[in-house]
Design a protein around this ligand. Structure first.
Ligand code: FAD
Length: 493
């Protein structure tokens, strides 16, 4: 045990991870210790990461961040889900929406009723029963209590800036400079201080590594190790480019599959973020750039930027007196926009286990146990999109379709295909609705379903399903367009 009281926390790095950590620690625990953040303008940030999931809205509420201020400052739009295009067979689309699909009963979830309806000629798509998806398709949006479950598309650079102002107003001290060396205690191996190129030395008891892929503390100094998942998630590169807005921003992200990867389209108020995630084994950087430039709607605002990564996770999210957040803790690729969520959940886990009176092995173990299981669950969900496909039109898709998958995913997929059942635990990010939407969307169709659905008489089933659809359709009819709502919400003084 390191029984030093924590009086000073040092955050290394000031991208989304660093400033989210600074904002939350200063707001929620800032009276208990000093916080210093070191960042280097010369190194800069990764400059991508602009789509989030609904937990970000809850995070902002926890910090008391005003949504309108945040959206104006970061030129955000609302996001209701992700539209997956060409993932199943190269000529298809489905949406993974943020809300519930239909209504459950205690014995079986909604997919059983939908499957029974399908068998009995009630032939509507699964997404006809999801309010968020229907609103997204109609390009509509509004806020109301018990209404749409949503998140945001945001400008990552402006978000870090916004959180910097917030954090500094809560007492965070920012130091500009490049970290050159890290000093450790010879006996315990704990980090004692970091040194900057200008000669400054910054001491602390707890260090948070937010230095992105560099992992300056967690890897370069502590040699924590990395579990490589690229045999399951083989994309290792991305090329990103921003373009001018030429049409109303869609309230959803587009994810368009290509022969060796997929393309994102993230609409903000003032511009659109575009990128191609690809596997360098099958596509060169140059060809990836050309493919992306061929598939964007308007002139690029800057030159395309290539980013290299390795999917996987740090062996420990917390090692010695250092906690890694953001890209320094691992990367699962951006398919389901989970990285910002993972930063947030890492911060909240750290706050719950915060070692005010010294670091104990049990707290570190608990953190790492939760860190591992959270990442493995999300990893499985992302692999599902690649593996469960009918596509075999390129070496990339042939590999993904035929690769060995984790046993946990194999079990979940087989259970769904054989019985229509999906079970998730309380701590898992993606719940039954998400798994069902993506499995059905990718073409996994169950052979059976729970017979609780068949106990209903045909006319009862018809009226049950019709009522859900009509309620959704009526609610969507009443919504303003996403653009109209944004104009009122973000541009009013
Ligand atoms: P960075 O942004 O790289 O910041 C690192 C910080 O550390 C910088 O301030 C840098 O200056 C500093 N630093 C590094 N080395 C030193 C040093 N030696 N001395 C001093 N300072 C140093 N996430 C999502 O949630 N949604 C998405 O849609 C999404 N899309 C993505 C697309 C791609 C292609 C990639 C690669 C990632 C995507 N992510 C996405 C992930 C997201 O970008 C990151 O999780 C998020 O930006 C956090 O990054 P970070 O703060 O960990 O690292």
């Amino acid at each position: 045990m390191n029984n030093k009281n924590i009086v000073k926390v040092v955050i290394a790095g000031g991208g989304t991870a660093g400033w989210m950590a600074a904002a939350s620690l200063s707001k929620l625990l800032g009276k208990a210790f000093d916080i210093t953040l070191v960042e280097s303008d010369e190194i800069g940030t990764v400059g991508v990461g602009e789509a989030a999931i609904p937990t970000l809205a809850a995070f902002h509420r926890l910090l008391g961040i005003n949504e309108q201020d945040f959206m104006k400052a970061t030129h955000s739009t609302f996001k209701l889900g992700i539209n997956f295009e060409n993932w199943r067979n190269g000529n298809d689309e489905y949406m993974h929406g943020f809300g519930r699909v239909g209504k459950d009963c205690w014995a079986g979830e909604f997919q059983h009723f939908w499957l029974h309806g399908k068998k009995n000629n009630i032939d509507y798509n699964f997404d006809n029963y999801c309010f968020e998806i229907q609103a997204a398709k109609a390009r509509k949006f509004a806020l109301s209590k018990g209404g749409l479950n949503y998140s945001y598309h945001l400008d990552a650079t402006l978000y870090a800036k916004y959180l910097r102002t917030f954090s500094e107003s809560h007492g965070v001290k920012r130091i500009e400079g490049k970290i050159s060396t890290v000093s450790k205690n010879k006996d315990t191996g704990d980090i004692t201080s970091i040194q900057l190129e200008n000669g400054a030395s910054i001491e602390g008891q707890l260090f948070i590594d937010c230095t992105g892929f560099a992992g300056v503390l967690i890897e370069k100094s502590l040699h924590t190790g990395y579990e490589d998942w690229s045999h399951w998630l083989p994309c290792d590169s991305a090329v990103a480019v921003q373009t001018k807005t030429v049409s109303e921003p869609l309230p959803y992200t587009r994810s368009i599959a290509h022969k060796s990867g997929w393309q994102w389209r993230i609409p903000l108020q003032h511009r659109v973020g575009n990128g191609l995630v690809f596997c360098s084994k099958y596509l060169s950087d140059e060809d990836a750039k050309n493919l992306l430039l061929k598939n964007i709607e308007s002139e690029p605002l800057k030159h395309p930027k290539v980013i290299k990564f390795k999917t996987g996770r740090r062996r420990k999210g917390w090692n010695k007196n250092c906690v890694a957040l953001g890209l320094s803790s691992g990367f699962l690729e951006p398919l389901e926009s989970t990285s910002i969520h993972l930063i947030m959940s890492g911060i909240l886990r750290l706050i719950r286990l915060f070692p005010f009176q010294g670091i104990t092995p049990s707290a570190v173990n608990e953190y790492n146990k939760q860190f591992t299981s959270e990442l493995e669950h999300i990893r499985d969900f992302i692999i599902l999109h690649y593996h469960c496909t009918e596509r075999d039109d390129s070496p990339f898709w042939q590999y993904c379709k035929n690769m060995e998958i984790p046993g946990t995913l194999k079990q979940r997929l087989n259970l769904f295909k054989e019985t229509g059942r999906v079970f998730t635990t309380e701590s898992e990010l993606f719940r039954v609705d998400s798994w069902s939407q993506v499995m059905l969307g990718q073409g996994a169709y169950p052979k059976q379903y729970h017979q609780i659905a068949a106990i209903m008489k045909q006319h009862e089933l018809e009226s049950f399903l019709t009522q859900i659809r009509e309620t959704i359709d009526n609610a969507v009819d009443k919504l303003p367009s996403h653009q109209t709502f944004l104009d009122q919400y973000c541009r009013s003084t």
